[in-house]
Design a binder for this molecule. Structure first.
Ligand code: ZN
Length: 479
């Protein structure tokens, strides 16, 4: 485990951590506003006042501008930007992905980052876009791995942190292998690269698979940066997969297009009659005021960043109290493609269940995907611990009967449970009065396992909603 990162709390695959850098400790998950050294829409000192604890800027842009390069070399990147907190620098890989080539050697740009005092330096990797041929993805990955190895070989520990980006396009197995290799080489931070096209196209299902595969290869120890993830709508989902660092160019880019960010999606300033926010910018303004203001873009950027930073705090609070799943479900229900992401998350439920700590707050059942949350899967996998003999009644919660050796109550999505456990987690879950199909199916599957595990017991079922439970229940009870 990199000794610069300490995990304090966990929920799902997400965590609250402390990342130590030469310019101070950052609590994660954290959002790094992107500062374009040419175009400072909001001054970095102001970003700090707004709550940003760490920034990211592009060392390639600085390196290519003779004046900035000279200033950075003389003063360091912190004085250049006027920010005393931690600063991460990018290598120009993004420019490489957009323009196809850049005018700097990998060793040169890495050395430049160190020379200007960056806190987290990123070797120049090859950002392989989604959907390329497997041959190209493999070829570029091997070039990236070679560069990462060289970077590590020449790196002295104890100074700035060294990042090891994970590539592999949209091939989950390549992402996994790349991540495992990065883990072997040993990096302080692992960015997951070249995912911006997936996010721009709202391909959240593919994004989840890429992130989950990378995380499985990396293991839980390394802090992970989801490169280019700046929309607050997706922070909870990404954090649930174990991403610790996000960067937002979105706050400024969206502002230039008149787009107003919220944690549940993007609105257009021109379509708004009211501003649904009480940040410093929105509190005393109408959308008309904002549209007419000569500083409209800056005002929008300030709002966009405020809601993004607030969402990061909400994610931290959710991890801390163990309610991240609920936040993820709520956020994912705000867009159909985010729902695809949530479903993809449930397809990795077994892996998440293995990382998720057992004690937590009350579960809320918010929809069919809740039937795949870790508490439910864990309950199902442990149902064989219930030992039964003689006559067993499975009934609705609250039913008492003295003529049976055991009375179990039945609650979708968990299924049967000893009534003594009714007030304990996870059976104290808040569930809808009327269960949905996914919840019923999971509960019946657990009931079936319990019956198989206790072949010498006889089961009676008395459930009011038996009609809704349908044929499957008859099949279970007709054993
Ligand atoms: Zn606002």
């Amino acid at each position: 485990m990199p000794d610069c990162f300490e995990i304090l709390n966990k929920d799902l695959a997400g965590r609250i951590g402390r990342l130590r850098t030469p310019h101070g400790v950052v609590e994660t998950p954290a959002l790094m506003p992107v500062v374009n050294p040419h175009l400072r829409l909001i001054e970095p000192a102001d970003l700090k006042r707004m709550g940003a604890e760490i920034l990211i800027t592009n060392s390639y842009i600085i390196n290519q501008d003779p004046e900035l390069k000279e200033l950075a070399a003389r003063l360091g990147v912190h004085q250049l930007l006027g920010f005393e907190g931690p600063i991460m620098t990018d290598s120009g890989a993004f420019q490489l992905s957009v323009y196809g080539e850049i005018e700097v050697l990998p060793s040169e740009i890495l050395e430049f980052q160190r020379a200007i005092g960056s806190d987290i330096c990123v070797p120049l990797d090859i950002p392989t876009p989604p959907d390329v041929s497997r041959a190209r993805a493999e070829l570029e990955l091997s070039e990236t791995e070679q560069r990462l190895s060289e970077a590590r070989d020449h790196w002295e520990d104890g100074g700035p942190l060294l990042a090891g980006p994970i590539q592999g396009s949209t091939y989950p197995d390549l992402r996994f292998v790349a991540a495992r290799r990065a883990r072997e080489i040993g990096f302080d931070v692992c960015p997951i690269g070249a995912v911006v096209p997936l996010m721009e196209a709202y391909r959240f299902s593919d994004l989840v698979d890429v992130v989950a595969s990378s995380k499985k290869g990396l293991g839980p120890a390394a802090p992970v940066h989801l490169f280019g993830a700046g929309h607050p709508m997706m922070f909870a989902l990404a954090a649930a997969l174990g991403c610790d660092l996000f960067d937002s160019a979105a706050y400024a880019l969206y502002a230039r297009e008149g787009r107003y960010l919220t944690s549940s999606g993007t609105l257009h300033l021109e379509g708004l009659k009211y501003l649904p926010c009480c940040c410093d910018v929105c509190r005393n303004r109408s959308p008309e005021d904002m549209a007419a203001d000569p500083h409209k873009v800056e005002l929008l950027a300030r709002h966009n960043l405020s809601v993004s930073l607030a969402e990061i705090r909400r994610v931290r609070q959710s991890i801390w109290e163990g309610s991240l799943w609920e936040l993820v479900e709520r956020r994912c229900r705000s867009h159909p493609r985010m729902m695809d992401g949530l479903r993809a998350l449930t397809s990795h439920a077994g892996w998440i269940e293995g990382l998720d700590p057992a004690s937590r707050s009350t579960c809320f059942y918010l929809g069919p995907e809740s039937a795949r949350r870790p508490e439910v899967l864990r309950y199902g996998s442990r149902i064989d611990r219930i030992e039964l003999a003689g006559r067993v009644l499975v009934a609705d919660p609250g039913v008492e009967e003295e003529d049976f050796d055991h009375v179990l109550w039945f609650l979708p999505p968990f299924g049967p449970y000893p009534k003594e456990l009714a007030e304990t987690a996870p059976l104290n879950a808040e569930v809808p009065a009327e269960a949905d199909e996914a919840g019923i199916a999971q509960a019946l599957a657990n009931l079936r396992s319990l019956m198989e595990d206790n072949p010498h017991a006889t089961f009676d079922l008395r459930l009011k909603a038996a009609d809704e439970y349908g044929l499957e229940l008859e099949e279970v009870s007709g054993r």
